[in-house]
Design a protein. Structure first.
Length: 326
């Protein structure tokens, strides 16, 4: 495993990390979480991602119980959580980054995770109704109280990120250090174009989500929806059309010859492709079972074999035009 700095922050994250969205509670209990996190850790993973809203708090409880069993030194790994949607429907408690919610939210997350602090505290989405200044001050206070060490944004626009950094600079507050964006072979635009400036101007970090587009890029949806896959889960029907879209599946199939030339799986190729981008700090992988963790971790060995020629062939499959062709 190689490690990359989280943007301009002084900590390094493993190139691959492990997250718990969909999986923890729905597919992964404490025993399986211990197995998956254990296999990731054995491969060198030092960062585990979570969120308050995942399985309505249960995902944090499972990760907390797993960490307890695994018994690793707290200083040897990083854990994140994210807040925005909330756990209650009442006014001020959902879809917000107001001061009250953030302060109460972090306390709940720490209780469920059985931790004294999280390493990275993310604003899970931007909140157009709370002044960014209020959010930046509240998170600064959370960091000053020792309940979080660094903070980041998730799916904020480049303009919102720049505003948060500038407010923090003006008041000498802790600045956000990383974005958590979706980035994979099907979703490139925002990461590669809109965020180019924040990577250049602020050396902002990035913790990538859904590297396999929820499993689509593994090729497993080529012959219909497999049993036990994410697309069969109750409440995730909205994913089904994307995972079975004929155009998407044709692109995935076209990657197969490249994967076989490299002697790797489609999952490994797709994750390795993300690692080629120097603006990526870590790719947060997801897995419903330990075999997937073991397979995905090997993407770090595939990444150095992606030559410019292979990268161009992949661009052609996904219809990406080079700048001089535009
Ligand atoms: N900030 C945000 O808004 C946001 C949003 C989404 C995710 N995230 C973070 O990013 C993490 C990763 O996202 P994701 O779970 O969507 O990642 P993903 O890599 O796109 O999808 C992971 C899923 O694909 C399937 N899979 C993975 N490896 C496989 C393999 N080798 N062979 C066959 N199937 C495989 C598994 O599902 P099945 O076995 O069920 O098919 C697995 O749960 C999350 O856990 C979360 O921490 C953040």
């Amino acid at each position: 495993m190689r490690y990359r700095y989280l943007g301009r922050a002084g900590i390094q994250v493993s190139e691959l990390s492990l997250g718990s969205w969909v999986t923890f509670k729905n597919q992964v209990d404490v025993k399986a979480a211990v197995e998956c996190m254990g296999a990731a850790h054995e491969a060198g993973v030092n960062f585990f991602d979570n969120a308050e809203v995942y399985a309505h708090g249960k995902s944090e409880e499972i990760m907390g119980a797993a960490l307890k069993q695994l018994g690793w030194r707290r200083s040897s790994y990083l854990v994140s959580t994210k807040i925005f949607w909330g756990l209650e429907d009442s006014v001020n408690e959902h879809d917000t980054l107001n001061r009250k919610r953030l302060i109460e939210g972090i306390n709940g997350s720490l209780r469920r995770l059985q931790l004294d602090y999280v390493d990275i505290f993310f604003c899970h989405r931007p909140d157009p109704n709370t002044p960014i200044e209020e959010t930046v001050w509240a998170i600064h206070n959370i960091i000053e109280s020792g309940k979080a060490l660094y903070w980041g944004t998730s799916e904020w626009s480049a303009g919102e990120i720049a505003a948060a950094i500038e407010i923090a600079e003006r008041h000498h507050l802790h600045k956000p250090v990383t974005e958590q964006p979706e980035y994979n072979l099907f979703r490139r635009e925002r990461f590669e174009k809109e965020y180019a400036r924040i990577f250049k101007d602020y050396r902002y970090g990035s913790t990538i989500w859904s590297p396999l587009a929820s499993g689509l890029l593994t090729g497993k949806y080529g012959n219909g929806i497999p049993q036990d896959s994410r697309a069969t889960l109750k409440g995730y029907d909205w994913l089904r059309s994307r995972l079975t879209d004929k155009n998407n599946l044709a692109k995935v199939q076209a990657l197969e010859p490249i994967a076989s030339e490299l002697g790797c799986s489609l999952a490994q190729l797709s994750i390795a492709w993300i690692l080629q981008n120097p603006n990526v700090s870590t790719v947060i992988t997801g897995a419903s079972r330990v075999e997937q963790v073991r397979e995905n971790m090997q993407a770090v060995e595939v990444a150095p074999r992606l030559t410019p020629e292979i990268m161009n062939r992949i661009d052609d499959i996904f219809g990406v035009k080079k700048d001089d062709e535009e």
